[in-house]
Design a binder for this molecule. Structure first.
Ligand SMILES: C[S@@+](CC[C@H](N)C(=O)[O-])C[C@H]1O[C@@H](n2cnc3c(N)ncnc32)[C@H](O)[C@@H]1O
Length: 184
């Protein structure tokens, strides 16, 4: 479900002054790929479309869980990867991301997208990483995943993601869930 980019910062806000960390040179390093004899395939497309075409044993999902679209947070990396000199707009210099908006970041669309994904998965086991402050509640997830078989979950308390600490949240710890279903 992911484009594997290793980074530590997001690019979603306009800063009046450049932070020290933002003044460092960007270093592009080749991905360290594990080369072995096992067959694998890599896809880059919408997960709900992809799920119609693939099958396997385990489906592991790590979708966005809040309303912040990834395309607005990582647009600089997108432009570096595409190297396409796009038209930009707004204070943060956003590229157009109309075709990259994720249903998983939409309060009104997330549940039907997730239900479509889960019911169409041709796999034996499904795992989902999600946290307790996500757009879907643990109850929503249980209801949807249980459609496929025996449902369960594990939890772990976690320190809040640093960028979120500045926002107006009560707790400084969140609960990370690993939901799973053993498909019938
Ligand atoms: C929480 S991140 C996953 C991070 C990844 N597991 C990692 O460790 O690097 C969620 C990812 O899902 C991608 N995404 C969101 N909606 C998607 C969709 N409908 N289809 C495919 N990918 C999607 C986002 O662009 C983002 O890269």
């Amino acid at each position: 479900m992911s484009l594997f980019v290793w980074e530590t910062k997001v690019y979603g806000s306009y800063l009046k002054k450049l932070k020290i960390t933002a003044q460092k040179n960007i270093v592009l390093k080749p991905a360290e790929l594990i080369v072995n004899d096992t067959d694998h395939k890599v896809f880059n497309e919408d997960t709900n479309r992809l799920i119609q075409k693939i099958k396997g044993d385990i489906l592991y999902l790590d979708p966005p869980y809040n309303q912040r679209q990834y395309a607005t947070n990582y647009h600089l990396l997108e432009t570096i990867a595409k190297y396409d000199n796009p038209k930009i707009h707004g204070k943060t210099g956003l590229r157009n991301y109309d075709n990259q908006k994720s249903a998983y970041c939409s309060r009104t669309k997330v549940k039907s997208a997730f239900k479509n994904l889960i019911t169409n998965a041709k796999v034996k086991y499904i795992f989902l990483s999600y946290n307790n402050e996500g757009l879907m509640t643990a109850g929503d997830i249980k209801e949807i995943m249980s459609l496929r078989g025996k449902y369960g979950y594990f939890t772990k308390a976690y320190g809040r993601f640093k960028a979120d600490k500045n926002r107006d949240y009560g707790a400084d710890r969140t609960t990370e869930y690993l939901h799973y279903v053993i498909c019938d």
